[in-house]
Design a protein around this ligand. Structure first.
Ligand code: FE2
Length: 330
């Protein structure tokens, strides 16, 4: 490794994933070890998820260091997800990060989870200044860099797109994504469902209720899945297109768990082609929550002098991406 290269260990623990990543300032991901809590039934139980994170943390940490082939004293900083996320889960990751930083005498770096999704996307896809569609189980927003920050152009007014599809799949008995999308491929007819775009914002809760109602009324599950996924993706494509038109940027970056959707990608591709823009989709291993993105964002912040004292490192469960000054943007 070149002289002066900085190495940061990042801890992700906003929701169901406990992740340990290690990244270096020359843009390499040295480790990305993620352990996912899977509830026996239903959605995430915050306290159980936090207990899971505590349980798997020592092993994930050891695995990360082993993979990267480095020891704890070779680290230049400890980063963690400070928000947004579920309180008990965030607290677990933050406590581990503070303990490591204090005991090793290394700087502590508080990373915004959403910004980290964007930055790992820019790193691994090579796009420079995109309109970002961040779609996941807990977040849905359209953002772009402007005047020092990632500004939010549009977002969900209620539940996240991923949450809508996961909840439908789980309650319909087929399981979360990608099951609803796979099921949709077998549809025979399209079922019209409420399409709610308000300006640059989207809303999914009425759509979810309507989809359940159709199912109750006897519509075929495949057809409801088809109507539901097409409607969700069309809404996302519409607001993304509007942000592209407004900003005149010619790159679109899709990050978050729903970036794995092939159908969403194809819809965005069609729209982008008509506008002379290009869609960059994050590779699967970095799409969902992961430790590597926190480590990489930690490197960027460390290089910009954005570290925090332990006393100021309180978690922010409702943090927004525009709260962070993106000093490293180039
Ligand atoms: Fe996430």
């Amino acid at each position: 490794m070149k002289e002066g290269t900085k190495i940061v260990l990042g801890i992700e623990s906003t929701a169901h994933t406990f992740g340990v990543g290690i990244a270096s300032s020359d843009g390499r991901i040295l480790a990305n070890e993620n352990r996912v809590y899977r509830p026996s039934k239903g959605g995430i139980h915050p306290r159980e998820a936090a207990q899971h994170h505590t349980r798997v943390a020592p092993e994930a940490l050891r695995a990360g260091l082993l993979k990267a082939g480095i020891s704890l004293d070779e680290l230049d900083g400890i980063a963690f997800s400070v928000g947004p996320g579920l309180g008990p889960c965030l607290r677990t990751g933050a406590t581990i990060a503070r303990t490591l930083a204090l005991s090793l005498g290394k700087p502590l770096i508080a990373v915004n989870h959403g910004v980290a999704h964007i930055e790992i996307g820019r790193l691994v896809t090579g796009c420079k200044d995109p309109v970002v569609l961040y779609v996941a189980g807990g977040n849905t927003l359209i953002a772009a860099f402007n005047a020092g920050r990632y500004r939010i152009f549009g977002e969900t007014l209620d539940i996240a797109a991923g949450n809508c599809l996961d909840t439908f799949g789980i309650k319909a008995g087929i399981g979360p994504m990608p099951m609803p999308e796979l099921m949709a491929e077998r549809a025979k007819s399209f079922i019209q469902l409420p399409y709610t775009v308000k300006g640059m914002d989207v809303s999914f809760s009425g759509l979810l209720t309507a989809a359940f109602l159709k199912l109750k009324q006897g519509a075929a599950l495949e057809d409801v899945c088809y109507g539901l996924t097409e409607t969700v993706y069309s809404m996302l494509t519409e607001v993304t297109e509007r942000a592209v038109a407004y900003t005149t940027k010619n790159e679109i970056l899709v990050v978050g768990g729903l970036a794995r959707s092939k159908r969403l990608k194809s819809m965005l591709d069609t729209m982008a082609m008509e506008r002379g823009a290009k869609v960059y989709t994050i590779p699967d291993e970095y799409a969902g929550d992961n430790g590597a993105m926190i480590a990489w964002n930690g490197v960027l912040q460390l290089m910009s002098g954005m570290v925090v004292d332990v006393e100021d490192s309180r978690i922010k469960p409702r943090m927004r991406i525009d709260e962070i000054e993106v000093r490293w943007f180039r």
